[in-house]
Design a protein. Structure first.
Ligand code: DGL
Length: 281
């Protein structure tokens, strides 16, 4: 009995693994810090292989397998995919392969959007749009809702290059959002975790009447429920997040400073099946 109690206590203090291709997952981390401040987080940005949004489903599945296998070695108690592209293309498969709870963004986001409106626009990476995952998930919740999706390949590179204030970013955003405005959407899903970083840009031209849905909120709510159910909630206080990337730690640290308020210490990992973007033909 005492042994079981100790085991549960040591498991509950284990970190939650959170991953994305880059700084997009910081928008999920922000929600985690808000809703579950006692959890210790292990954050991985697969920056050597971003953007994921232009990758094939096979590549994305392999990257996700690499990351979760590494996170398991680090002793995580749960994995949160802070990446819609991974959630859309690999969630069901890796849930069957790894003995750890793994949560994705699509269903929590779809449920929140279907509650919020009837004419839903989805902006996401080309890979997420091609998977049709959001469209299907929203219709499963409410078949009367109408959905429009737009792939936005330029957003992630612009954000990772720290070009939020560049006038080009505003022009690109207006072009991507134009068909959704023409369709008179009442709700907009940020279908990529990088996109909430664009909120100041969207504010310049998106009507306030359009409800924004950041799936991170509902994902973290779902994670909190799951941790409660599994008796895995942490009671620790003030656990610092540990950051790792597969690319350049300094570059990530400098970029992350903008949202974290400080430049974090960042470690480096490398994955056996590393395929950098430049090698992809
Ligand atoms: N932030 C990720 C997502 O939510 C991945 C973006 C990318 O690397 O293209 O889809």
């Amino acid at each position: 009995m005492a042994f079981q109690h100790e085991l549960a206590a040591s498991l509950s203090s284990a970190p939650i693994g959170v991953f994305d291709s880059g700084v997009g997952g910081l928008t999920v981390l922000r929600e985690l810090n808000r809703q579950l401040p006692n959890e210790s987080i292990l954050y991985l940005g697969d920056t050597a292989r971003l953007p994921y949004g232009d990758r094939t489903p096979e590549e994305i599945l392999q990257f996700v397998r690499d990351i979760i296998a590494w996170m398991m070695e680090q002793g995580v108690k749960m994995v949160m995919m802070a990446c819609n592209t991974s959630s859309a293309l690999a969630l069901e498969q890796v849930q069957q392969e790894f003995p750890v709870p793994i949560l994705g963004l699509i269903y929590p986001g779809a449920r929140a959007a279907a509650k919020a409106g009837k004419r839903i626009g989805v902006i996401a990476t080309p890979a997420t749009v091609a998977s049709n995952a959001y469209h299907q998930a929203i219709l499963e919740v409410d078949a009367t809702v109408r959905v429009w999706q737009v792939g936005c390949p330029q957003f992630v590179p612009l954000i990772e290059q720290n070009r939020l204030q560049d006038p080009v970013t505003l022009d690109v955003a207006k072009t991507y959002l134009q068909p959704l405005l023409a369709a008179q959407i009442d709700t907009l899903i940020y279908g990529c975790t990088h996109y909430p970083h664009l909120e100041p840009v969207f504010q310049k031209f998106l009507p306030v009447s359009i409800r924004r849905v950041d799936p991170a909120r509902s994902l973290v709510k779902a994670a909190a429920k799951e941790l409660e159910l599994l008796n895995l909630k942490s009671n620790l206080i003030g656990q610092p997040t540990r950051f790792f990337v597969s690319g350049c730690p300094d570059q990530f640290s400098q970029l992350a400073k903008r949202w974290l308020g400080h430049a974090p210490n960042v470690g480096q990992v490398s994955f056996a099946s590393a395929v950098t973007q430049s090698e992809v033909i």
